[in-house]
Design a protein. Structure first.
Length: 220
């Protein structure tokens, strides 16, 4: 289905989460085009085949940002969002975000606060993000795990740097901020973020520090 929004799912090593995530996207008021990037004949491929989504096959396992680029280049939606397999959107979230970008035409990206749950799904707090421009963003990434951005940005500012493993989104938001693009903070929780100790940013803590420093140094 093609509408205002394309949701990009990088589906590698996420069999336990993918079914729930695809159902979550399909149940949104704003029906998104769902693009799943995965390996042929993988467990994730078999899950995706049961759903109304576009499947793009890769021979190897790309970085998450290289996978997002594949999805972004194939997307037909006016707005794009990354749909991490282990996170969830609350009912109406995609419509709320797309409406925000429709209304706030001078803003490139919108993002919301998110509820946090642990690996078992038990409540673990709320991430209430900061807001601002380049100087604020240099202090830390505050756009959260599930922002929505205009597809047209890629023609003007390029795509995510696929060499990054954990901070490629941070580098891209810094790139946009340095170019004068603005971010809209929706001050309510529209998503549910699963805090996992074995996620890439935690599993590769030294890489996270190095990539974050690299991105800051590029735009400081």
């Amino acid at each position: 289905m093609t509408g205002r929004v394309t949701a990009i799912v990088s589906a590698y090593f996420c069999e336990d989460w993918l079914e729930r995530r695809l159902v979550n996207l399909e149940e949104q008021d704003e029906q998104p085009e769902i693009i799943v990037i995965c390996q042929n004949n993988s467990a994730e491929h078999r899950v995706a085949e049961k759903h109304d989504c576009r499947i793009i096959i890769t021979e190897d396992v790309p970085t998450i940002y290289a996978a997002w680029n594949i999805g972004a280049k194939a997307a037909q939606g006016k707005y794009l969002t990354n749909a991490n397999a282990d996170d969830l959107l609350k009912p109406g979230a995609l419509k709320r975000m797309a409406d925000t970008l429709d209304k706030n035409t001078t803003h490139a990206v919108c993002y919301s606060n998110v509820d946090v749950v642990d690996y078992k799904g038990d409540p673990a707090g709320v991430y209430e993000w900061a807001e601002g421009g380049l100087q604020k963003l240099l202090g830390g990434c505050f756009l959260g795990p599930m922002p929505m951005w205009r597809a047209s940005l890629h023609k003007q500012h390029g795509y995510f740097d696929g060499e990054y493993h954990v901070a490629g989104d941070y580098e891209y938001w810094l790139r946009l901020a340095a170019a004068g693009e603005k971010f809209f903070h929706i001050r309510e929780s529209l998503g549910i973020y699963t805090a996992r100790g074995n996620s890439a940013e935690h599993r590769e803590s030294l890489r996270t520090l190095w990539e974050t420093s690299r991105a800051r140094g590029k735009y400081r």
